[in-house]
Design a protein around this ligand. Structure first.
Ligand SMILES: NC(=O)c1ccc[n+]([C@@H]2O[C@H](COP(=O)([O-])OP(=O)(O)OC[C@H]3O[C@@H](n4cnc5c(N)ncnc54)[C@H](OP(=O)(O)O)[C@@H]3O)[C@@H](O)[C@H]2O)c1
Length: 291
């Protein structure tokens, strides 16, 4: 059986790496790994490069794992944020539609204003308040506009093989007896491995559209830190503080959403992938050696 070609952009990122591990066990697909610094270089902001590379490969699907994820930096770097998070997916959508390829694009809880009294579904109104949220929303809109066989998956609090909150907590615990962490921002930590499993389960089907894809359950950053430290066998204590209190000593340029709990409503309605509870996914992450 001939393998289906799948182009991965941003293959060196957390999700790019998780996708590689997840698809390694699936002999239906052959991955073509690309990144700005990889053996195969592909800068998603360059439309000519993207269209000619995609045409050359005529893939079954493109998985867009590339993004500009440093949320604070983007507040003063709007153009680069727009290029990577909006123009990039636009270019991939144009290329995907020219070759009839499927496109998987990843988005974020930051497209919402961060205030809600219920878990947010795909049908709740967006309203980003940060540059990152605005450019990611523009990316979603371009994908809808330029491609037809797309899956947009909004995830949140992602961790995997790369820089993330869990690793920062473990690193800081080496030099601190106590860590100060906010407890009034709610969301759900989601492993890149679970998200990669969701992508692999969606890919062969025709259930296109917008999906929320986060682990089950919810928590706040301070409790998440406590769970990370417990699983890491650390004695470091966590001091729970409000966002306001934290910001007094640690100014952050991008506003953080107070409420980021997403409901995977479309996956439930369509009988799609059921994510693991966040505690179980985190245990698995430690079992996998933080990859
Ligand atoms: N991390 C989170 O907490 C989180 C939460 C919600 C949603 N998401 C979304 O989930 C997706 C995956 O995130 P992640 O955490 O895996 O991101 P990541 O670890 O930051 O990886 C992104 C990758 O994209 C590459 N990249 C940057 N600019 C590029 C360009 N112009 N062309 C091609 N590649 C480029 C990066 O390379 P360099 O490192 O060299 O720049 C990096 O390898 C993103 O869409 C993100 O917005 C993430």
């Amino acid at each position: 059986m001939e393998k289906k070609k799948v182009i991965v952009t941003g293959c060196n990122g957390q999700l790019g790496r998780a996708v590689n591990r997840e698809f390694a066990q699936d002999d239906r697909y052959e991955l073509v790994n690309t990144d700005v610094t990889a053996d195969i270089k592909l800068d998603i902001t360059d439309v000519d490069q993207v269209v000619s590379f995609v045409k050359e490969n005529a893939p079954y699907a493109i998985l867009n794992c590339a993004a500009y994820t440093a949320v604070d930096k983007q507040e003063s770097d709007v153009d680069l944020s727009m290029r990577i998070n909006a123009i990039g997916p636009r270019n991939l959508a144009i290329a995907a539609s020219e070759t009839g390829s499927k496109l998987v694009h990843i988005s974020t809880d930051y497209v919402f204003p961060g205030v809600s009294d219920h878990p947010l579904t795909e049908f709740d109104p967006t309203g980003p308040v940060s540059v990152y949220g605005k450019t990611k929303l523009a990316g979603e809109e371009f994908v809808r506009q330029f491609s037809d066989r797309f899956y947009i998956i909004r995830t949140a609090w992602l961790y995997g093989d790369g820089h993330n909150f869990a690793k920062t907590m473990l690193r800081l615990s080496e030099t601190h007896d106590e860590l100060t962490v906010v407890s009034d921002q709610l969301g759900t930590p989601t492993s890149a491995k679970e998200l990669a499993r969701c992508i692999r389960s969606l890919l062969p089907g025709e259930d296109y559209g917008l999906f929320h894809g986060t682990c089950e359950g919810d928590t706040n950053w301070a409790e998440f830190a406590e769970e990370v430290l417990k699983l890491g066998g650390k004695d470091t204590k966590v001091r729970h503080v409000t966002t306001e209190e934290y910001a007094r000593n640690n100014p952050q340029s991008a506003p953080r959403p107070a409420y980021s709990i997403l409901d995977n409503y479309m996956l439930r309605l369509t009988g799609g992938y059921t994510f693991a509870d966040w505690h179980d996914a985190l245990k698995e992450y430690f079992g996998d050696g933080l990859k």
